[in-house]
Design a binder for this molecule. Structure first.
Ligand code: WQD
Length: 351
């Protein structure tokens, strides 16, 4: 079986991608320092696939420890790189930590890919590279704009580093620009585990609905959109995961048209915040008593994807609609609460 290294395999999108890779016959290992994740999702991966993910608890900023993983696994044929800090607001408050972690980690990883002659690399990029687009939907040829946050800047710079790396050292790289990944695995064994107060819309909704958050605000309903709230392209995490396996197979089967290709991972449907709330209410059968708050600085007014390129080239088929995203996200939130209550009753804390 072809062995794939996934960095950030204990995280939200990483763990779902590990499941998809296992289910499609790949052997998978992970590097994850668990600074923003736990091994809780490794159990979920095993429940779904029957396979135990081997995770190397290594910080990619430590070159020697990272290199040791490659030295021990000389049969790695591809790398998918998720491990990075990704909280937009936090990156504004802590730019140096974001540039250090996200850029040094990427560069150390690429040095190992170079030195161990690995020919297939997938990078977790983001629609944040488009900034506030002049025209929507955005295609992969839409202009990138100055990032609205250090987080977005690390994605933009990461793409440039990978482009230059690929030109200098060959091999094949694919940049996957995610729109808004949401939802949870239909088995309810995997989902999002935001650390601290969730900044993203869907975990904020589900944590408010289950009583973990005292309030939930819609950040602005006075935008120039059909209902005044911002528009995004929400995409189910399982559909995102699927695209990673397809991208690897595309390169392993030498179907790629160039050594560096870019794909937008979005549904192509723009959904407003208020429409997302409506979908949650329908999916959960509960009413969300939200407040309307001020606009959030740095928010893009409207963005969604033109995904023709990835559908055509990778044969990507989107399986989940906004109701499924909300249904699975809500089921996961309820399951996490049950698990927390079980842990509290058994050992009096959440560890
Ligand atoms: C969506 C909308 C908020 C919370 C994310 C990730 C970023 C990148 C792109 C991957 C906005 C509104 C939110 C709340 C709200 N993903 N909102 N109340 O800003 O598009 O960025 O996707 O790389 O990492 O952060 O997503 O979920 O934060 O916000 O009204 O409590 O929901 O104002 O309009 P965003 P988001």
């Amino acid at each position: 079986m072809a062995k794939i290294l996934v960095t950030g395999g204990c995280g939200f999108i990483g763990s779902h991608t590990v499941v998809d890779l296992f289910e499609h016959g790949f052997d998978v290992i992970s590097i994850d320092d668990n600074s923003r994740s736990t091994t809780y999702l490794i159990d979920g991966i095993e429940k779904i696939t029957g396979k135990k993910l081997k995770n190397y608890k290594v910080d990619l900023k430590n070159f020697d420890e990272t290199q040791a993983v490659f030295e021990e696994n000389k049969d790695i044929v591809g790398v998918i790189h998720f491990a990075a800090y990704k909280a937009v607001g936090e990156s504004v408050a802590m730019p140096l930590e974001y540039y250090e972690n996200n850029m040094f980690g990427l560069i150390n990883l690429l040095k190992c890919i170079r030195d161990y002659h690995i020919q297939n690399f997938v990078f977790s990029s983001s629609c944040t590279v488009y900034g506030n687009p002049d025209a929507i939907p955005v295609t992969e040829k839409s202009p990138t704009k100055k990032a609205e946050s250090p987080y977005g800047a690390t994605k933009q710079m990461g793409e440039v580093v990978i482009e230059d790396f690929t030109k200098a050292h060959g091999g094949k790289s694919i940049l996957l620009r995610y729109f808004n990944p949401v939802g949870a695995h239909p088995t309810n064994h995997l989902g999002e585990l935001p650390l601290g107060k969730p900044q993203n819309l869907v975990p904020a909704i589900t944590q408010f609905a289950i009583g973990k958050l005292p309030s939930f605000s819609v950040w602005g309903t006075d935008y120039d959109t059909r209902d005044g709230s911002c528009i995004r392209d929400y995409i189910h995490v399982c559909d995102i995961a699927r695209a990673h396996t397809l991208a690897l197979q595309y390169m392993l089967e030498n179907r790629n048209e160039s050594n560096l290709e870019i794909f937008n991972l979005g549904t192509g449907n723009g959904v407003t915040v208020l429409e997302a709330i409506k979908a949650f209410e329908t999916a959960s059968g509960t009413q969300l008593n939200y407040q309307v708050g001020p606009r959030r600085p740095g928010d893009v007014v409207a963005i969604y994807a033109n995904n023709n390129h990835v559908v055509e080239k990778l044969g990507w088929v989107i399986e989940h609609d906004i109701l499924s995203m909300m249904k699975t996200a809500w089921a996961w939130e309820q399951k996490v609460k049950q698990d927390e209550q079980l842990m509290l009753s058994q050992n009096g804390n959440l560890n």
